[in-house]
Design a protein around this ligand. Sequence first.
Ligand code: GH3
Ligand code: MG
Ligand code: MG
Ligand code: MG
Length: 311
Amino acid sequence: MNGTVLRSEYLVLIVDDEQFNRMQLRLFIEKEGYQTAEAQNGREALTVVQQLHPDIVLLDAMMPDMDGFECCAQLQSLDCSKYTPVLMITGLEDQESVDRAFAAGAIDYVTKPIHWAVLRQRVKRLIQQSQLQQEQESVNQELKRLATIDGLTQIANRRKFEEYFSQEWRRMAREQKPLSLILCDVDCFKAYNDTYGHRAGDRCLQKVAKAIQSAARRSVDLVARYGGEEFAVVLPNTNAKGATQVAQAMRLAVRMLAIPHSNSQASFYVTLSVGVGTTIPVPGSDFEEMIVAVDRALYQAKLTGRDRVVI
Ligand code: GH3
Ligand code: MG
Ligand code: MG
Ligand code: MG
């Protein structure tokens, strides 16, 4: 962290009920190159934090109309400030006050009269740490997102499918509502690769994934790449009729891509075989059986000529 250059636009919120204290802090903080905002009590501080999103809060403990301890606790519970460091600056030196401040979520504690050289270092370090923490947080979120996405098609991967299907299985069991599952498999895809090459096969899978995705219209529907040229679709709160309509729409969407396939046994174009199943899950039961049943329906679609939906 040494050598990190601080942005000049960092905003420090100064919260103190005494105007003289605020002024003294402001002059010092601004001389250090920060911007400042002020609040006279905890309640005002909460409002300012939500409006201006300061990078750090310097918080007095004893103030009328919401003291520093209560304010600090509330800042932790706000989405916009849960990572904002709170530095308590107070005349209270007793153990109970120190304990209360840390219990409320303060990240550090400085007593009055202020040791300015120490305050300077603390403010700088706390802002740096909080910036790093926020960067780390967004990297973690991105990694989490990437772990659920298939690299080739950019739709959900099998891991995401299993997580979502199991979650919706339990939810539909609780609510005693129908859950539908669709499994799709591209027809004669080995022959497609053999005819047009593996790279063309990859591009075909990307288009097929998009077409299937476009036929799943609700935000709760999940389309995932289940395996090589297989896709799984989770349709919560959907009965057999609804699921069959979605399945037909998916089959048609792929057919309408009109991707030529001269060596398919089913058509002159790339087509999809689709298996559909619907059930109201029994609470506590396993979802594996449903996957097996829908896979069997898909197999029937293959046996009976491909490019079709079987329930
Ligand atoms: P069926 O109609 O019975 O499903 O026949 P099929 O040829 O589609 O089925 P099979 O399981 O024999 O072959 C699947 C093929 O899909 C073989 C495999 O190389 C290809 N495949 C799987 N994943 C990918 C991929 O990511 N890219 C490409 N280009 N091909 C893939
Ligand atoms: Mg005070
Ligand atoms: Mg297959
Ligand atoms: Mg296939």
